[in-house]
Design a protein around this ligand. Structure first.
Ligand SMILES: [Zn+2]
Length: 344
């Protein structure tokens, strides 16, 4: 029995030394100390040992068992810590890697387009006027000939801050403010660029906030011909020298007469294509002669002065100029989209 125990102990010791992984050590433990293990087997054979030798043999086997357990434990600890060290080394993250370069920033395509539009009108003698984005109902609607029950309010259904204030639905109130500031001096020539807000759903052609540039000229003897000349000059400067415009009768509460203004299609040059719906024309802005009542609200005598006004959406103009097919691209901050316009 003693020899058998010593042989098992020696075998286990060798196997433990050869084990290179914690799982192999656990296998050795099962082989000798498990429920069907060799040492456990010896304890079961105690019945075949002579009764007077049992205490001695029992003690010997138990000592061997304890010894083996200690060996297993030691080897297991050593291998586990080795394996942990190896894993830590493998999974080490090198935080000294250089980051991605940020590169120089560029103007957003809308900002660039807006500057271009401003430059064109500055060149024609207009100056830039600004006003608040939270506007009074009075300035945003009533003084522009849109009383509370007017159906035109529905088209601009908007964000009310309180009963008397709205997020402006157009930059027209800025025109009014400019008139009240300058009246009765002439000539008055201003453009009003800025953000406007309407309760529109977000899709390829609508956003709840967008950018407008409106323009206003007041002087003696201003005619519809002056309006057409200014818009034609703008269209040629912004799109292409060969661009022509056409004006169709329309309605706005603050101008009379009013017109929708189209430019010849920038893609097919008027031949007709998918972009222009095969009409050869693209609708780009609204315009008209300032309504006498609005002139009067602005402090100008409509008997002595006339004026014209126009308004355009910067997002739409920019879409047409660069062939952008979805308004949402402007506000998603996708650098792959924005980078295309960095050299403009
Ligand atoms: Zn076309």
């Amino acid at each position: 029995m003693r020899e058998q125990v010593e042989r098992l102990l020696e075998q286990a010791r060798q196997q433990l030394e050869q084990a290179s992984r914690a799982s192999e050590v656990r296998d050795v433990r099962t082989r000798y100390l498990g429920r069907r293990g060799e040492i456990t087997g010896l304890l079961r054979q105690m019945s075949s040992v002579a009764p007077e030798q049992r205490p001695l043999v029992g003690q010997m086997v138990n000592q061997a068992k304890e010894q083996m357990e200690a060996l297993v434990e030691r080897r297991l600890k050593a291998l586990e810590s080795e394996e942990m060290d190896k894993r830590l080394a493998d999974e080490k993250i090198d935080i000294t890697l250089p980051g991605l370069p940020a590169g120089p920033g560029t103007g957003h395509v809308l900002v660039t387009a807006m500057k271009r539009i401003e430059d064109i009108f500055l060149g024609m003698g207009f100056s830039i006027a600004e006003g608040p984005e939270i506007e009074s109902d009075d300035y945003n609607f009533i003084k522009l000939n849109i009383p509370p029950d007017h159906p035109a309010r529905d088209m601009q259904d908007t964000f009310y801050v309180d009963a008397e204030h709205v997020l402006r639905t157009h930059t027209s109130p800025v025109q009014l403010r400019a008139m009240l500031e300058r009246a009765p001096q002439v000539p008055l020539r201003v453009i009003a660029p800025g953000r406007v807000y309407r309760r529109d759903p977000v899709d390829a052609t609508h956003l709840p906030n967008f950018t407008q540039v409106e323009g206003l000229a007041v002087d003696r003897n201003i005619t519809f011909g002056d309006l057409k000349g200014v818009l034609e000059e703008f269209a040629r400067s912004f799109f292409d020298e060969l661009t022509v415009i056409r004006m169709r009768p329309s309605y706005f509460p603050f101008t009379e007469p009013s017109a929708e203004v189209d430019v010849s299609c920038t893609v097919c040059m008027g031949e007709g294509c998918r972009v222009c719906g095969h009409s050869g024309w693209l609708e780009v802005l609204g315009a008209g002669m300032v309504h006498p009542q609005v002139l009067e609200n602005g402090g100008y005598d409509p008997g002595a002065f006339t004026g014209f006004a126009f308004g355009m959406g910067v997002e739409r103009l920019t879409m047409l100029k660069y062939g952008i097919d979805d308004l949402r691209h402007y506000y998603q901050n996708d650098q792959k989209f924005l980078r295309q316009f960095r050299s403009l």
